[in-house]
Design a protein around this ligand. Sequence first.
Ligand code: ADP
Length: 320
Amino acid sequence: AKSIAVLTSGGDAPGMNAAIRAVVRSGISKGFSVLGVRRGYNGLLNGDVYEMNLRSVSDIIGRGGTILYTARSPEFNAPEGVKKAAEVCSRLNVVGVVVIGGDGSFRGARDLTNAGVPCIGIPGTIDNDIASSEYTIGFDTAMNTAVDMIDRIRDTAESHDRCSVVEVMGRHCGDLALQVGVATGAISILVPEMPWDFQTDIIDRIRLAQKTGKRHFIIMVAEGVGGTNEIANRIQKETGIETRATILGHVQRGGSPNLRDRVVASEMGYHAVTLLEEGQGNRVVVVRGGKVVDFDITEALNMKRTFNKALYDVALSISI
Ligand code: ADP
C-alpha cells in the first residue's frame, strides 16, 4: 500500500498530538498506511519509523508534547541529508510527508519536496510566528498558561506592593507578550517589533501610575527583547520599588492543549492528508480569515509578519 509519513520537528507545542492523531486517522480512512517518524527529520534519516494504526493515537488528543518526539536535525539541514531522507522515503514507499513544526521545519519540507517527496507543513509553535497563518497550534494554550501563571505572580506582587518583570517566550515575535500583557494588565509591554526606551516606556509610566495610587506593577518582556533580570534591577534602583524578575520558560510549552488547539490541529491534520491524497506537495496548511486553507510553502516562507500595533496602542492607553 502507499504510505504517508508524519513527523514533528523543531520546538514542541501543545496540540501537536491532536494533529498527529488527525493525520493518522484521516490517512488510514483514505486508504494510506501511515508511518510515524520519531524525532523529526532525524527519524527519516535513520529509518526510525513505525506503522501506526487507529489505536496508536488513542488517548493523545488531550496530551501535551508530542508522542513522536521532536528534534533539530543538523544533518538534514544540508543537501546530502535531504537526498538521503528522500532515498529512505522511496525505500519505504512513502508518497508524502506531513511535517508539523515552524518555519525551519517548513524549509526542510520545501527541500524534501524538491528532492521528490511531496511534503505538507502544519504550523505547530507556541510563538504564533508563522507569517502565512493567523494562528499556530499551541498558541492559545501557551497564552492561557502564561496568564494563569502571571495571575499568581500578580497576587503576591499586589500583596507586597511589588513590581514584577515577567518574561514570556517569543524570540522574534511579540504576539505572546502582547496578548498576555493585555490580559494581565501589564503597565509596559516590551516586544522585538517595537522600539522602547527604559525611561519613557517603563519608569515614566510607573511614576505616573504611582501618582494616582497604583502600587504594584507588571512589566511584560518578550524573550527576544531579553535582559529581564537587568531590567528588574534597574527598576528597583531607580524607583526604590521592590522588583522581581520571573522568566516563565518552558512551563509555557507544556500542558494539555485547550479546545482551540485541539480543534485547529484536528482540522489542519485532516486538510494536510486531503492535499496528499490529491497528489499535492510543497503546501503549508494555514488559518486565513478564520478558515483552514493552504499556500505554497515558498510563498508562505517569503511572507512578512505584521505586528498588531492597534492592540499594542490599546494596552498603552488602558494599562495605566
Ligand atoms: P522550527 O521548525 O520550530 O522553526 P528549527 O528552525 O529548529 O525549528 O528547524 C527544525 C529543523 O528543520 C532543523 O533542525 C532542520 O533539520 C530543518 N531545517 C531548518 N532550516 C532548514 C533549511 N534552511 N533547510 C533544510 N532544513 C532545515
